[in-house]
Unconditional design. Structure first.
Length: 282
């Protein structure tokens, strides 16, 4: 069986379970379950701490796992990113007391507090900056400066509200843009079954990103219409019983749906219908 590590808690847990369920895999009903076999799909799930998943994958204890890109890079394990999953997106940034530090270069000789010491140390080394120390904290990093533990913090930032409430402001470029990723071991061949898992997850991701659009358009305007909806490879065009009209079907990115419908209508298309895609294989 393909052994898959899944986050057992935190912001990664629910969306990871949801995408696996949508891909046709069993998921646990009791949060206390630590191991869940799925013999129908020839896989076995292990529910682990998100921070530990890359370590287990890198050691070969499990074959693949879902974790954050930031957690994978900070683990120093032999795990590598196999597939980005598009959820739990976040930005990793430096912050300091408002009006204090303005550039990454000014971190030189100062203390940095973070929950990701490996990632931060590597980033500063790449930029030729040597802090006086990197302090690892497991949480509440934004209080480190007020408590005198550090001069700078490096933390995950979503809206920045928590940092501003603590009297801090962001500076410098993002250290990392993170999201949930499927990881595998770097120094071995892809395990049996990974190709099926990958296709299923890609199918779910595509179904989330695209819709199916059908519309009728005068046959003499088909070329203008399909220029607006080129599809992934090419749209399907079929003649209607009324030979002056054609029916067109194409996949369209979900966030562009209304703009595309407006453009089609302006061209002369009518009976424009949009259908959600449940699953697909490309």
């Amino acid at each position: 069986m393909l052994r898959i590590a899944v986050p057992n808690k935190g912001s990664l847990s629910e969306p990871a379970a949801a995408i696996l369920k949508e891909a046709g895999y069993r998921q646990r009903r009791d949060s206390r379950e630590l191991v869940l076999p799925d013999p129908d799909n020839d896989v076995e799930f292990f529910f682990l701490r998100p921070r530990d998943i890359a370590v287990y994958v890198g050691a070969g204890t499990v074959d693949v796992g879902i974790t954050g890109r930031d957690l994978m890079l900070d683990s120093e394990s032999d795990a590598v990113e196999h597939l980005p999953l598009g959820f739990a997106r976040s930005t990793f940034r430096f912050a300091a007391t408002a009006g204090g530090i303005a550039t990454v270069g000014e971190i030189h000789g100062r203390r940095v507090a973070t929950s990701y010491p490996v990632l931060v140390t590597a980033y500063l080394r790449e930029h030729g900056v040597t802090p006086s120390g990197v302090v690892r904290l497991d949480g509440a990093v934004e209080t480190a400066i007020r408590l005198g533990v550090a001069d700078v913090i490096a933390d995950v930032v979503e809206t920045g509200t928590t940092l501003r409430a603590a009297g801090l402001e962001i500076f410098g470029d993002p250290i990392l843009r993170s999201e949930a990723v499927l990881v595998r071991r770097s120094d071995v061949e892809a395990p049996a079954g990974l190709d099926v898992l990958t296709r299923r997850l890609q199918g779910v991701l595509t179904a989330q990103q695209y819709v199916l659009m059908d519309y009728d358009v005068p046959s003499n305007l088909v070329e203008q219409a399909v220029a607006i909806t080129p599809g992934l490879e090419s749209p399907t065009v079929s003649p209607l019983h009324n030979g002056d009209w054609s029916a067109v079907r194409a996949m369209v990115r979900r966030e562009e749906t209304n703009r595309v419908m407006d453009s089609l209508y302006d061209v002369g298309a009518r009976a424009i219908l949009v259908t959600s895609i449940h699953a697909c294989r490309l």
